[in-house]
Design a protein around this ligand. Structure first.
Ligand code: MSP
Length: 539
């Protein structure tokens, strides 16, 4: 995990590019679905860091509520012990393993969170935004959410109703609760969505939210008194805060709300909240209304990703078919894992994982197109020029086409990955360029040119190999946010650090400037970037 961002170097005016993931329930271990969003956020923030922007990437865990409490009870430990164990043994280690460079990790049981949450709700209570009332209705503990009758499926008996997400029976809850006046915010929310058409993405998610808010919003029950695993309401300690109202505030408590105003001003509002499409309403309706009530600015964007599916169902703890992120990384490697899901599934849509598809992309895109290109170029510089990168002699049309191809790849990837969160599109543009460079080598046939020992022949060979190595220099920078270890290996193999410094110091803006890789750099063959895969492990 990266060290906490150094805010002392932050210019007072340039806002920080702040990205958050949902904070995950720690009732169980992380699975592929959680890792999907977290990797996406990591790539997005690494991309912006590489633009030279100040970035802050937040993830964490959601530790209160009935679901966690019951899991802990079933395991014979206290909820706090359960959360501590899962966070330290499962969640943090996975993010480290996947090279997630988050700047902070917030846990909702930390005092820096709970104390601020109490102040926030006390403030809403004092402003008359919260009142006492009664509620009864069907509740899904899996979602930690009251359901509308129209959202339920029929169960096995006449009385039984199932949650449409978890396919498990909902429970009837009836209690005296405190309520947040959500119903008062419908108009203001609709005005806000209209004035900020990019607030909710993709368009399908935005439409869903608009339809929902256009119906009458109901006030939101925000407290529970039948169990005590949560943040106590400061004015009535018999109640704990509804877990979602507690959890949503992580985005401000971690950013210094109520504790470090200067830092909070620098970080808030968040640039992007990444969320799964199932938790969109919480982020695009309830959270903005709570912020409006508190008089705080709203996040700039809420971007919903689709679900990873297994057998036509949302991948979840109960239907994982036994695949965990580390089962895949131990076979394909961490970088290929980071690449695969973003490349294979257009962000925002559902997608299925298949071992066969992963294997096919690994072999054709990563090992053949990209890995072989890198090793062939290094091998030829070794064989024909003793490992010293030759200077380009004459930059002709074919070379200009490669330089132009790099410029297009940089511009397209910067827009698609950095702005549109179209990771698949951005990666496609980068790999289009890799293909173009392979085509250039196939046409130029440096291995044949090498047989011509005349000065012209050697000059031509130098130009071809310089061009290919320089193209790889650009590719290493472009792929660094997605596959940091691989990009680093390539950087080392090109000897790029000698003239250009660390890979981490390269910026997107200079990547397309042709001729940056200095002639004379020591090019070495290095490790194979994407080794042949072993046999698929037995299920
Ligand atoms: N704790 C809440 C979030 C609070 S944020 C203030 C929560 N946690 S969760 O662990 O159940 O889910 C977290 C995220 O993981 C959600 O965005 C959810 O969409 C995502 N995913 C869970 N299963 C998934 C897939 N199969 N595929 C993609 N994302 C999935 O909800």
């Amino acid at each position: 995990m990266a060290a906490t961002a150094d805010h002392s170097t932050t210019g007072a005016t340039a806002p920080t590019y702040y990205v958050s993931t949902p904070i995950y329930y720690v009732n169980d271990r992380p699975h592929l679905g959680h890792a999907y969003t977290t990797v996406a956020g990591d790539v997005l923030t690494r991309w912006h860091r590489q633009r030279g922007e100040q970035v802050w990437y937040l993830t964490g865990t959601d530790e209160h509520g009935q679901k966690i409490m019951r899991t802990a009870e079933a395991n014979g430990v206290s909820p706090q012990e359960w959360c501590d164990k899962l966070v330290e043994e499962a969640w943090k280690p996975l993010w480290q393993h996947l090279e997630i460079a988050n700047d902070d990790f917030i846990r909702t049981t930390e005092e820096r969170h709970t104390a601020r949450v109490q102040e926030f709700v006390q403030d809403l209570f004092d402003k008359g935004e919260i009142y006492k009332g009664g509620y009864s209705g069907p509740y899904c503990v899996g979602c930690e959410e009251f359901k509308l009758p129209s959202e339920l499926l029929d169960g096995a008996t006449e009385d039984e109703k199932l949650c449409s997400v978890h396919k498990r029976p909902v429970e009837w809850l009836e209690e005296e609760n405190y309520f947040f006046r959500l119903s008062a915010y419908g108009e203001r929310l609709l005005e806000f969505y209209a004035a900020n058409p990019d607030f909710i993405q993709p368009a399908s998610a935005r439409n869903e939210v608009l339809r929902f808010v256009e119906q009458d919003l109901k006030d939101l029950s925000i407290s529970r008194s039948t169990f005590n695993w949560g943040v106590p309401l400061p004015w009535d300690e018999k109640h704990v805060l509804y877990v979602w109202v507690d959890a949503l505030q992580n985005y401000i408590t971690a950013a210094g709300y109520g504790s470090d105003p200067e830092r909070f001003n620098q970080l808030w509002p968040a640039s992007v909240h990444l969320v799964g499409k199932d938790i969109l309403r919480f982020h695009a309706v309830i959270w903005p209304a709570m912020l409006m009530a508190a008089g705080l600015p709203l996040p700039k964007r809420v971007v919903a990703n689709g679900w990873l599916m297994v057998g036509g169902e949302k991948m979840s703890k109960s239907n994982l078919t036994g695949i965990s992120p580390t089962d895949l990384t131990s076979h394909f490697g961490v970088d290929a894992y980071r690449y695969y899901f973003l490349r294979a599934i257009p962000f925002g849509t559902d997608g299925s994982f298949s071992w066969e598809d992963f294997t096919a992309r690994y072999t054709s895109e990563l090992a053949n197109d990209f890995g072989n290109l890198a090793s062939r170029v290094a091998a030829m510089v070794g064989k024909y020029f003793g490992g010293k990168l030759p200077a380009s002699a004459a930059h002709g049309d074919a070379e200009q086409a490669i330089a132009d191809g790099l410029r297009t790849a940089v511009a397209t990837a910067d827009r698609k990955i950095g702005e549109e969160l179209d990771f698949a599109g951005g990666l496609a543009a980068i790999f289009e360029f890799v293909k173009q460079v392979n085509g250039y080598l196939t046409e130029q046939e440096p291995w044949k040119v090498a047989k011509d020992e005349s000065p012209e022949g050697q000059a031509r060979l130098a130009t071809i190999l310089y061009t290919a190595a320089e193209a790889l220099r650009g590719t290493a920078v472009l792929l660094n946010p997605v596959m940091p270890s691989t990009a680093e290996k390539l950087w080392d193999s090109l000897g790029a650090a000698e003239g250009l410094g660390a890979l981490a110091a390269q910026t997107v803006a200079t990547t397309a400037d042709w001729g940056r890789l200095p002639a004379g750099a020591t090019v070495t063959k290095g490790e194979i970037l994407f080794p042949r895969l072993e046999e698929k492990p037995a299920a």
